[in-house]
Design a protein around this ligand. Structure first.
Ligand SMILES: Nc1ncnc2c1ncn2[C@@H]1O[C@H](COP(=O)(O)OP(=O)(O)OP(=O)(O)O)[C@@H](O)[C@H]1O
Ligand SMILES: [Mg+2]
Length: 506
């Protein structure tokens, strides 16, 4: 190639005490290139980016920036060299303001050089935020923000320091399609100005929309380079997972008996109003709708998280008093929440212990934890979610982001609820493991449970649901049986343009 690469990895290996996370990784990225780093959960993507950003040192190998060997001993050094990193796990201090978080570790000083120039920090923070979401107020404590907004803050932070390389590790996992659209514009603008972007995402449609080329990793090694503009998506996926993914048909286990009966349910805290539906034994009810249509809010009502203003919920004919999450769990309703990253985990304890934590009561007798029982359940559930590597005694913090997600799903299954509410069940999970989660959902349904799945991914809703409720502005806009199900129909009802063919219950 004629010009010098902006970034080059040469023979990078990284060994951890029990795993070889990277072996001999080499590839390069040109100025102005948007480069996808692809691979299954645990393939080594985050580890490579942590080496780039000075969090880890490689066991061997070299990183070159603009042709110069660059061995960053600390994250500050990498940042000073023009490398901005958006980490997979948000690294923010809840009590500091948005602006303070954006300048964390490198505050702007006043002319005297002693005091932090808060006004200037806020001004620059507002400027950067305005490019993606002008509604975010940099003077607010960051804990007041939703996850999606906090993710936007991380991205805006990368815009502050004139980076020449920006590494994004799943930057959009909680963003809406509209938010991704504005991010895509910014990424393309940055690339046009010569910045090199490394983009990690399990959302293939995003990768195919914005990336130019990609490197595919499997088990810590590079298995191929792809031209994203010309390679079919299914070939890229086959390279990632080492096999062709079959599209599997939906399997149905719906019985006649109604298990969950929701009538005229209204929220005291949100716009969810007059919602009525049933879920039968073995049924998977999908809930679709735009962001803000009330899907998550509805699940929170059923899980006792938000207060109910009016309406009834019955399980197997019994009226439930859903006044707290505890009461919902006791009644047999379990919620896998949307915001689950690092939710109440003890990082240094084994993944099996972390799985058992919230349901310790179930695993104890006479005040003693039955370790054998924990182990048996962990073996079973962590296998069902396909934890990799399958080492149940390994501390949870050592697992890749996607595998921690799987462990959190298992943890919540350990509670053994009869009604399972899944909010965005495959967020952060790779394309191959997704189908395993779908199988798991089917298996749970076949055991007679009543299941509700909220998902923003239409193919996912179509794949898992026996029936779909479409929400709009806090109300049910339509209920679609499997035979009436299509992406077009869902979208039409979600945006309120189903026209004359719509059966509008309102
Ligand atoms: N600090 C650590 N100590 C030991 N092993 C680690 C450590 N960090 C990561 N690993 C291991 O290195 C491998 C690669 O993990 P990495 O986080 O890079 O995967 P990833 O490709 O980012 O996956 P995901 O898509 O799930 O985020 C995994 O097997 C993981 O368990
Ligand atoms: Mg990762």
């Amino acid at each position: 190639m004629a010009s010098t690469s902006r970034l080059k990895f040469e023979g990078i290996s990284k060994e951890f005490p029990s795993v070889k996370a990277l072996s001999d990784v080499s590839f390069e990225i040109m100025p102005g290139e948007i480069h996808a780093l692809l691979g299954e959960n645990g393939a080594g993507k985050s580890t490579l980016l942590r080496i780039l950003s000075g969090v880890f040192r490689p066991t061997s190998g070299e990183v070159y920036v603009d042709g110069q060997a660059a061995q960053f001993k600390r994250p500050v050094a990498a940042r000073a060299a023009g490398i901005a990193m958006i980490h997979q796990e948000l690294q923010q201090v809840p009590n500091l303001t948005v602006a303070q978080n954006m300048f964390l570790g490198q505050p702007l000083k006043t002319a005297g050089g002693v005091l932090v120039n808060r006004r200037e920090q806020e001004r620059r923070a507002r400027e950067a935020l305005a490019m993606i979401d002008p509604s975010i107020d940099p003077s607010l404590p960051i804990r007041n923000l939703k996850v999606a907004q906090r993710q936007i803050v991380e991205i805006a932070r990368a815009l502050l320091f004139n980076a020449k390389i920006i590494a994004m590790d799943e930057p959009t996992s909680s963003l809406t399609p509209a938010e991704f659209d504005s991010l895509a514009v910014i990424i393309e603008k940055l690339a046009a100005s010569g910045v090199a972007i490394i983009y990690v995402s399990h959302k293939m449609d995003e990768v195919f929309r914005i990336c130019h080329r990609g490197t595919v990793m499997r088990d810590g090694a590079v298995v191929g380079a792809v031209d994203i503009k010309t390679t079919p998506e299914k070939d890229v996926i086959a390279m990632m997972v080492g096999r062709e993914l079959m599209h599997e048909e939906h399997r149905s286990y719906v019985a006649a008996q109604v298990r969950l009966e929701v009538r005229d349910l209204s929220s005291a805290a949100t716009h969810v109003k007059d919602v009525s539906f049933d879920v039968r034994r073995g049924e998977v009810l999908g809930i679709a709708g735009l962001v803000g249509s009330g899907r998550t809010e509805l699940l929170r009502l059923l899980a006792g998280v938000d207060p109910i203003a009016a309406g009834t919920v019955k399980l197997d004919g019994t009226d439930l008093k859903l006044t707290s999450p505890r009461s919902a769990i006791a009644a047999g309703i379990g919620l896998l929440p949307e915001e689950r990253k690092r939710e109440g985990i003890i990082p240094i304890r084994p993944v099996s212990t972390n799985m058992a934590l919230p349901s310790l009561g179930k695993f104890s007798r006479g005040g003693l934890i039955r370790h054998g029982e924990v182990k048996r359940t962990a073996n079973d559930l962590l296998k069902r979610v396909n934890l990799r590597p399958f080492q149940i005694n390994r501390p949870i913090k050592l697992f890749s982001g996607g595998n921690q997600q799987k462990a959190i799903i298992a943890r919540w299954l350990a509670a053994g609820s009869e009604v399972l509410l899944f909010d965005e069940p495959t967020r952060g999970i790779d394309v191959g493991a997704k189908s395993e989660i779908y199988h798991l959902i089917e298996q749970l349904a076949s055991e007679g449970r009543a299941i509700i799945v909220v998902s923003s991914e239409l193919p996912e809703v179509m794949r898992v649901s026996d029936r779909v409720v479409v929400m709009r502005n806090g109300r049910i806009a339509a209920q679609l049986g499997r035979d009436e199900l299509s992406e077009q129909a869902i979208v039409a009802h979600a945006v309120g343009e189903a026209g004359l063919t719509a059966r509008d219950p309102a």
